[in-house]
Unconditional design. Structure first.
Length: 161
């Protein structure tokens, strides 16, 4: 009896088919990317959109989250210099008194603004608002952290590192 070579069938073990199929299915699912560091650089004129934007839980597990209001120094200076007398010596005394009475948040705000300005120089950015992910990806002109995070995740899925 002569057999046609086209009628010969190969039997592939089921576990090989399942392994190949599960690899294809897993590869087609997008991998959720979570940056380690999220830094928002903005001003009081461009606040972060929505309370959920600064909620770590809404960021789904990011490790570090910092907001730098770049005009923090300017707003503290405005508080110190508001309604000063015309006499330079009196003005100096009033500013010194006000400086001593600053709330604890004002020096922290100035420190944060100073650190933020330094980081913008380090990153080489010259516009704001910006959101920086892991010190390597920048999303310009967005104050909604969730929107910026979505852009970042698309960028990472496309294989950019």
């Amino acid at each position: 009896m002569i057999r046609n070579s086209h009628s010969i069938r190969f039997i592939v073990p089921v576990w090989i088919v399942l392994a190949i199929f599960s690899g294809v299915v897993q590869a087609s699912r997008p991998v959720e990317v979570h940056p380690y560091l999220v830094e928002v650089f903005t001003t009081t004129d461009s606040p972060i959109a929505g309370e959920g934007g600064i909620n770590k839980q809404a960021l789904r597990g990011e490790k570090e989250f910092h907001v730098y209001e770049l005009d923090g120094i300017r707003s503290t200076e405005a508080k110190l210099s508001k309604g000063l007398p015309a006499d330079p010596e009196q003005s100096k005394l009033v500013v010194l008194q006000r400086y001593k009475k600053l709330h604890e948040e004002d020096p922290a705000q100035m420190q944060s603004a100073t650190k933020g300005l330094g980081k913008t120089m380090q990153y080489g950015v010259d516009r704001y608002p910006i959101i920086v992910f892991d010190g390597q990806a920048v999303v310009y002109g967005v104050t909604d952290v969730q929107t910026a995070l979505a852009h970042y995740r698309v960028w990472r899925r496309e294989g950019k590192r």
